[in-house]
Design a protein around this ligand. Structure first.
Ligand code: UDP
Length: 263
């Protein structure tokens, strides 16, 4: 699949056109950003790991009937995906209180929530992605009531599936962010809601069950070090990296040897 013009460049990914107007290529960069771009770095190997981890998770979700944008992984850094009109909303699901929830409401860090908590944020960097209510979404036409009903059901189902997937490998799924869009379905000749973007340690909080060691982007946000080793640990536990592979955290410009199991 030939890569065409660049359509969009975000903080961690680039989207390219393809010859098919309904398909685009998603390229995973090594760039890491936090606190609305105030903190930036290149974490070499991160794009490769997120590409592989997200491919694994999204293909598992496909098998469980969750419609998503993934067509296939093309190479180490790229995926062929369905082009989707993305809702300008970040959909957050939480199982354990941490991060902005504890800061905003004073809920003690680590509180296990009785049931998953769904939150919505308006995707607007200039405004720091503010928390919004469903009524904001409906009032400003960012999605319809029916679309949000479908998305909420999908998010809760994804939370159940991912909680189980991670529990099986000794990891607690603390919280995560999802994005959804509307993509063309050539069979029904209608647009449908699909899960988009990525699911990776960049977008989830993942804690080791026994030690509560953070295996996600909080290592970057909080300067805990060993970011790549943590992402690699997730990939290894998911069974998508050979045991002997070792990626060391390196600075700019270095090439990191990385091997993945053939599918
Ligand atoms: N998250 C994300 N992108 C964002 C904001 C949040 O992927 O722009 C994820 C984050 O990794 C965490 C969850 O959404 O898994 C909840 O994040 P929170 O609101 O606590 O964000 P914080 O302000 O602490 O980064």
């Amino acid at each position: 699949m030939n890569k065409g013009n660049k359509l969009y460049e975000g903080k961690a990914k680039i989207i390219y056109e393809t010859k098919d107007k309904n398909l685009v290529i998603q390229h995973f960069k090594d760039d890491a950003t936090a606190f609305n771009n105030l903190k930036k770095a290149k974490v070499e190997g991160k794009g490769v790991l997120n590409n592989r981890i997200s491919e694994y998770i999204l293909s598992n979700l496909t098998q469980c009937g969750i419609k998503n944008h993934l067509v296939k992984r093309l190479n180490m850094r790229e995926q062929l995906i369905r082009k989707a009109e993305i809702f300008p909303i970040e959909f957050i699901a939480r199982n354990i209180a941490t991060g902005s929830l504890t800061k905003r409401l004073g809920i003690p860090e680590g509180t296990h929530l009785e049931k998953p908590l769904l939150e919505y944020c308006f995707k607007k960097d200039e405004l720091n992605d503010p928390l919004i209510s469903k009524d904001h979404i409906f009032s400003f036409g960012w999605a319809t009531e029916n679309e949000i009903k479908i998305i909420d059901q999908m998010t809760l189902r994804i939370n159940d599936l991912l909680t189980g997937m991670f529990r099986a490998i000794g990891i607690k799924l603390v919280d995560f962010k999802l994005e959804y869009g509307k993509a063309w379905n050539k069979d029904t000749e209608k647009k449908e809601i699909v899960l988009a973007d990525e699911i990776s340690p960049d977008t989830c909080r993942l804690w080791d069950i026994k030690t509560e060691k953070k295996l996600d982007k909080d290592r970057f946000r909080k300067d805990l070090g060993n970011i790549i080793q943590a992402y690699q640990e997730v990939a290894r536990r998911l069974g998508i990296m050979p045991e002997e592979t070792n990626i060391s955290e390196v600075n700019f410009g270095k090439t990191i040897p990385i091997k993945f199991k053939k599918k």
